[in-house]
Design a protein around this ligand. Structure first.
Ligand SMILES: [Cu+2]
Length: 402
């Protein structure tokens, strides 16, 4: 019954209950609406956007009314290194597809001639970071500088610098967007200018609140990652399949030297969350870094550095998830470092994946060559390897003895 009614709603082209509306005031062209952006760093490899107006939903579909001015507020600390962009297709420039820019249209509009096409206006502390561009003015004012070239680099500066530039009282970081193309009916997308795979859908509605897209759901968007309960607990990405018993690594504590610690047995006991999370992320890295050695040193570096970085990100997220002890981090330097590891190394992972694909190398995952077994660490394997060495043979393949 529920499915049927959902289908019926989609068929009629009426807004589905799942679309998120901004909080708005005013009417007509004076209407101002707000979406307040925050990130859930634990929702995916890079983290996903969510908006205060949309509750806990990650990467919600946002409803935007043509002609109203939308403020996307990015002041929350979690926004650092995630400057919002807007595009006609998922992932914008990451995928080489059209973004919303003053000189770009999908509808053949004459706005291209004078750079008045619908595009965001990037604001810093209440000031427009671009020059003349204002598509919402009557008449529209053209200009190719819409402020992105100031806004985006600020988000790539150190977290401290990004925080110091923000003045909460006068507005901090905001992206303003007014949709003014009357012929643009297809859905659009918000995305992160720095990280890939962080796109969410935007559905356009008319002044009466009716969706204008004749083919709801177009263009297509990839599905979003949903963390398992285990990864949710750890705050990690993709470590669920690397737990004890997965067969991917020896079952014992192969990365730590002891099972418990008299000072804090709760954290270190084999059954504790902390121990289980550490085991799984260590195994994820060890398994991932066991790669066929590429003849290209750059490719070999990336094949191993990607899982290595993923481990750094997972370790940082686990600590953030557990909460940094403020008494031991009064200046917040450790917390800043953890955010830095997550956002910067994820950006580097993007770059490395892109480089491998561009130069026709297999991916880091495809370069992996199998699991570690208990046998590789077993006394039998080790003694066999040593015996062979007596006769001048190479170390037994697969044994890991010292
Ligand atoms: Cu990002």
């Amino acid at each position: 019954m529920k499915l049927q009614s959902t289908l019926a709603i989609a068929w009629l082209g009426v807004a589905s209950a799942e679309n998120c509306k901004a909080s708005c005031s005013g009417i007509g062209s004076e209407k101002i609406c707000t979406f307040t952006s925050e990130l859930d760093l634990f929702a995916s490899e890079t983290g996903y956007y969510r908006f205060k107006e949309c509750g806990d939903t990650i990467m919600p579909t946002l409803e935007m009314e043509r002609g109203a001015t939308y403020r996307f507020v990015q002041n929350d600390d979690t926004n650092w290194m995630h400057p919002l962009g807007f595009a006609y297709f998922p992932d914008g420039a990451h995928e080489g597809v059209d973004e919303l820019e003053p000189g770009i249209t999908q509808t053949g509009s004459s706005c291209v001639a004078d750079n008045t096409c619908q595009a965001p206006r990037y604001m810093i502390n209440g000031e427009f970071a671009g020059t003349t561009y204002d598509n919402a003015a009557l008449p529209a004012v053209g200009g190719d500088d819409f402020g992105l070239d100031v806004y985006e680099p600020l988000f790539a500066k150190s977290r401290e610098e990004w925080q110091e530039t923000r003045e909460d009282s006068s507005g901090g970081y905001e992206v303003h967007l007014t949709l003014t193309d009357p012929l643009q009916t297809a859905d659009m997308f918000y995305f992160c200018h720095i990280h890939t795979k962080m796109s969410g859908r935007i559905v356009v509605v008319d002044a009466a609140g009716n969706p204008v897209n004749p083919t709801p759901g177009a263009p297509a968007l990839y599905s979003h990652y949903i963390p398992s309960a285990f990864d949710r607990t750890c705050g990690t990405f993709d470590t669920d399949g690397f737990q004890r018993g997965s067969g991917k690594c020896p079952n014992g504590n192969f990365m730590f030297c002891s099972d418990d610690n008299a000072d804090d047995a709760d954290h270190n006991a084999e059954g504790s969350n902390f121990n289980q999370c550490m085991y799984a992320m260590d195994c994820h890295m060890q398994h991932g870094m066991r790669t066929a050695l590429s003849a290209d040193p750059m490719a070999a570096f990336m094949h191993q550095m990607i899982p290595h970085h993923q481990n750094a990100v997972n370790m940082a997220k686990l600590l953030l998830k557990m909460g940094v002890d403020e008494a031991k981090d009064a200046e917040g330097e450790v917390e800043s470092m953890l955010y830095n590891i997550v956002n910067v190394q994820n950006n580097q992972i993007n770059m490395m994946r892109g480089w491998l694909a561009e130069h026709d190398h297999v991916s880091s995952t495809e370069a992996q060559c199998g699991s570690f077994s208990d046998e590789m660490y077993s006394p039998v394997c080790c003694s066999a390897a040593k015996r062979r060495l007596l006769f001048g043979s190479p170390k037994q393949v697969g044994c890991l003895c010292n």
